[in-house]
Write a protein that binds this ligand. Structure first.
Ligand code: SF4
Ligand code: SF4
Length: 445
C-alpha cells in the first residue's frame, strides 16, 4: 500500500524493475584515497579546463590544477595531495581518450578550503563566485557548469527552482541516500540556489517509491512556506527536465527550448549538496558520490570517492565482481555507458557503477520491426522512434531532421520497450550527431 497519494506525472514513459533494494539501505561510505588519480580536463559540458601544472609539480588536495577556460567551463582542483606524474591522453568513461593530469597520491589528507560563508547572510554574488571557484558541475548527468545555471540571465525571468529528487534510473540510490542522510544540506542547497536567482518558489520533485525520504523532506521543509515537496508517480523518465516541469508545474517546454524559457531552473539533489558544501564548508568539488550496484558486484554500496579514482579501484573496494558478471556500466542502465577499460576514472558527475549479470541484460536477438507502435506510445516527447532509427540507418538525415531527431533526449525508453530488440536509441543518437553536424555545416556555409 502506498503511504502518499501521487497523481502528478507526464505522458508516456515506462515502468522498469526498480532494483533499488540492492543498495538503498547502504549508508554512504567514504572510500580511502587511491594511490593514483587520473583527472580529465574535460569533465563538464563546454570548453575543457586549461592545465596549470606540469610533470613533477607537487600539489595539495583542493589546489586548483586547471583553470576555467571560457564562460561555459569550470576549474578543476586536485582531489589528493601528491606529485604530478604525467599529462597525457587517457581513456575516460565516455569511451574516448581525454587529456588528463595524473597525480600520484601521498598519505596526507589535508585539504585547502575557503572560508565558510554565513548561510543566512551570503549574497547572490558571493554564492555565484563560490560555486564558480568550487568547479561544481550538475550531478544529473549532463555535467553543465552550475554557476552558469544559478546566475540570473537578463532576458530570462525565472520564477521557480525545482530540485530533482526522482532518481528514476533503476538501481541508483545516491540521491535517495543524500535525501535521507543530508536532508538539511539538500534543503539549504535549494535555498542558496533560490537566493542566487532571486526566486521565491522552490519545489522538490520526488517519486512515490521513496516514502522515508519524502517524510524527512517534509519535516525539514515544514518551516519554509515557499518550498514544497511534490510527490510524483514512479515512472521512467520522471526525472528528465521536461517531464519534471510538466509534472510539478504543469508547464510544457516547447521542442528545442530549455527550462529557462518557461521560467524554471532545475538542479539535481547532489548539486544542491555540493553548493552547500562549497558555500558553508568552503569545499571544492573533489569527490563524487555514487551507487555501486548490480547482481554482479559482491558488495553493493553507496560510496563517496575522490574524483579521478580508477573504476577498477572502486570495484575492488566493493569486494570485486562475481563469476557470472558480464558487463560494467557507468551511470544507470537506461542512459549509462558500457565500459571496456576499467582504468577509466570516476568523474565529477559520475552517479553510478553497475556490474550486471546475464539475467539482468537483454541478450535477445534483434528481429525486424513488428510495426506495433509501442515505441511511439511510450516516447515522452511524442517522437516516432521507429522512423528516426530507420532514417538514421539509411542516412536519410533531412528526413530525420524533419521528424525532430535533435529533440530526442536519449532516455532509452523506446529501446527498453521494443519487442523486436532494436537498439533504437543507439541509432537515434548516431543520427542526431550527424544531423547536428549537418546543421553546423549549413550555418558555416
Ligand atoms: S530515446 Fe528519444 S525517441 Fe526514444 S523514447 Fe527517449 S526521447 Fe523518445
Ligand atoms: S517498438 Fe520496436 S517493433 Fe514496435 S514499432 Fe517500435 S521499433 Fe518497431
Amino acid at each position: 500500500m502506498k503511504l502518499f497519494k501521487s497523481i502528478k506525472t507526464f505522458r508516456g514513459g515506462v515502468h522498469p524493475a526498480e532494483l533499488k533494494e540492492l543498495s538503498e539501505s547502504c549508508e554512504f561510505e567514504i572510500m580511502p584515497n587511491p594511490k593514483q588519480v587520473i583527472i580529465p580536463l574535460s569533465q563538464h559540458l563546454g570548453k575543457p579546463a586549461k592545465a596549470l601544472v606540469k610533470k613533477g609539480d607537487v600539489v595539495k588536495a583542493g589546489q586548483i590544477i586547471a583553470e576555467q577556460d571560457g564562460y561555459i567551463s569550470v576549474p578543476i582542483h586536485s582531489p589528493v595531495s601528491g606529485k604530478v606524474t604525467k599529462i597525457s591522453n587517457e581513456i575516460s568513461a565516455s569511451g574516448f581518450p581525454k587529456e588528463s593530469i595524473l597525480i600520484s597520491a601521498d598519505e596526507s589528507n589535508e585539504l585547502e578550503l575557503q572560508p565558510s560563508l554565513n548561510l543566512d547572510w551570503v549574497t547572490p554574488e558571493e554564492i555565484q563566485e563560490r560555486v564558480k571557484w568550487a568547479g561544481i558541475v550538475g550531478q544529473g548527468g549532463a555535467a553543465f557548469p552550475t554557476f552558469v545555471k544559478i546566475t540570473p540571465q537578463p532576458d530570462k525571468k525565472i520564477d521557480a527552482v525545482i530540485l530533482n529528487g526522482c532518481e528514476c534510473e533503476p538501481y541508483l540510490t545516491r540521491d535517495y541516500r543524500y535525501m535521507l542522510e543530508k536532508t538539511e544540506e539538500v534543503v539549504d542547497g535549494l535555498r542558496l540556489i533560490m537566493r542566487s536567482l532571486g526566486v521565491q518558489k522552490g519545489a522538490i520533485g520526488i517519486e512515490d517509491n521513496k516514502p522515508k525520504a519524502i517524510k524527512k523532506l517534509k519535516e525539514v521543509t515544514a518551516k519554509y512556506d515557499n518550498i514544497t515537496v511534490e510527490i510524483l508517480e514512479t515512472k521512467y523518465p520522471q526525472g528528465a527536465e521536461k517531464m519534471l516541469i510538466k509534472a510539478v508545474l504543469d508547464r510544457e517546454v516547447p521542442p528545442g527550448k530549455l527550462p529557462l524559457d518557461v521560467g524554471v531552473v532545475i538542479q539535481n539533489i547532489g548539486t544542491a549538496v555540493a553548493i552547500f558544501d562549497a558555500v558553508v564548508k568552503g569545499e571544492p568539488q573533489i569527490t563524487a558520490a555514487m551507487t555501486v550496484s548490480g547482481y554482479g558486484i559482491k558488495e553493493p554500496k553507496n560510496v563517496i570517492v575522490r574524483v579521478g579514482t580508477p573504476l577498477a579501484d572502486v570495484i575492488e573496494y566493493c569486494d570485486g565482481v562475481k563469476d557470472d558478471a558480464i558487463k560494467v556500466v557507468v551511470g544507470g542502465p537506461m542512459m549509462g555507458v558500457a565500459q571496456f577499460d576499467f582504468a577509466a576514472p570516476v568523474m565529477k558527475a559520475t552517479s553510478g557503477l553497475l556490474v550486471l549479470t546475464a539475467k539482468e541484460e537483454n541478450l535477445h536477438e534483434e528481429t525486424p520491426c513488428l510495426r506495433c507502435g509501442k515505441c511511439i506510445d511510450v516516447c515522452p516527447l511524442g517522437l516516432v522512434p521507429s522512423k528516426l532509427a530507420r532514417y538514421s540507418q539509411l542516412d536519410r538525415l533531412e528526413d530525420a531532421e524533419g521528424l525532430d531527431i535533435t529533440v530526442c533526449m536519449e532516455c532509452g525508453t523506446c529501446t527498453y520497450t521494443c519487442p523486436a530488440n532494436i537498439p533504437l536509441v543507439q541509432w537515434i543518437r548516431l543520427g542526431k550527431q550527424r544531423v547536428l553536424a549537418m546543421q553546423r555545416e549549413r550555418k558555416s556555409a
